[in-house]
Design a protein around this ligand. Structure first.
Ligand SMILES: [Zn+2]
Length: 258
């Protein structure tokens, strides 16, 4: 019973605080998108995937990311932060820290895919899988009560529940952005497969913002490899992402297009 009343008080308390009070960004508040973080995958000694024609994932990811940044700066009133803007090594921790320090409202990570089968091609868009991450990082409801008994409840519980709320929020918002990117990619590149998937992806786990990761084609597939080499294709991908962000910002209000 003691736990029940403690939980009740906690819920009352939570009604009076928002995740942003804990330094966690929220884009439900109508403040809109102010900062977008673009994260080109790999870099430096980490080449990522490699196509038979010598095309490297790290280079394709950087080029598409730089085009996307330019398109965003030309079309949106927004700050754009790049986790890397050249060819150098960058750890996952540094990427996460840069994204969080810039107080980004959305993280877009650009990669290419590869597959065990050369026949598999297409674009994959990933967003945070709330249930999977929760299983790994959160204390489940039953353990949660046991823990409350040990430490007398209080701040730890609040932090856990706020983090839980934030992850749920980021997963929903990331899913929404991912759907819009899928829609826009299908419109601009109708002859390409675009698959949507939720996953407990590493870079998403510790960033305090919604995030999506896009594999813009498979380097192990001949058709995709030729497309990825073509600047027109890469610009179409960037344009589709830009249009999706525009649509998303309209829904969230607060950001005016130029
Ligand atoms: Zn990659």
């Amino acid at each position: 019973m003691k736990n029940v009343s403690r939980l009740f008080l906690l819920l009352l308390f939570l009604q009076s605080v928002t995740p942003s009070a804990y330094g966690i960004n929220s884009i439900h508040t109508g403040t809109g998108l102010k900062t977008i973080v673009i994260d080109p995958g790999h870099g430096g000694s980490d080449k990522g995937g490699e196509g038979k024609n010598g095309l490297l994932e790290k280079d394709v990811a950087l080029e598409v990311s730089l085009s996307l940044r330019q398109m965003m700066l030309n079309n949106l009133k927004i700050n754009v932060v790049m986790t890397r803007d050249g060819d150098y090594d960058l750890s996952l921790k540094k990427r996460t820290d840069m994204a969080n320090m810039s107080k980004g409202d959305l993280l877009i990570s650009i990669h290419t895919g590869s597959s065990y089968s050369r026949d598999i091609k297409g674009i994959r868009i990933y967003y945070l899988d709330y249930e999977e991450v929760r299983k790994e990082f959160m204390v489940g409801p039953s353990n949660h009560e046991a823990e409350a008994d040990n430490n007398g409840g209080g701040e730890d519980d609040v932090e856990i529940i706020l983090r839980d709320m934030a992850i749920s929020d980021f997963s929903n918002e990331g899913g929404h952005v991912a759907e819009l990117i899928q829609k826009n990619l299908t419109e601009i590149i109708p002859d390409q497969n675009v698959i949507l998937k939720s996953m407990p992806i590493l870079i998403f786990r510790d960033v305090n913002m919604p995030s999506v990761m896009i594999e813009i084609g498979n380097l192990t597939n001949q058709d995709d490899m030729m497309r990825l080499k073509d600047r027109k294709y890469r610009d179409k991908v960037a344009m589709a992402i830009l249009n999706a962000v525009k649509e998303y910002s309209r829904v969230n209000s607060g950001m005016v297009t130029r």
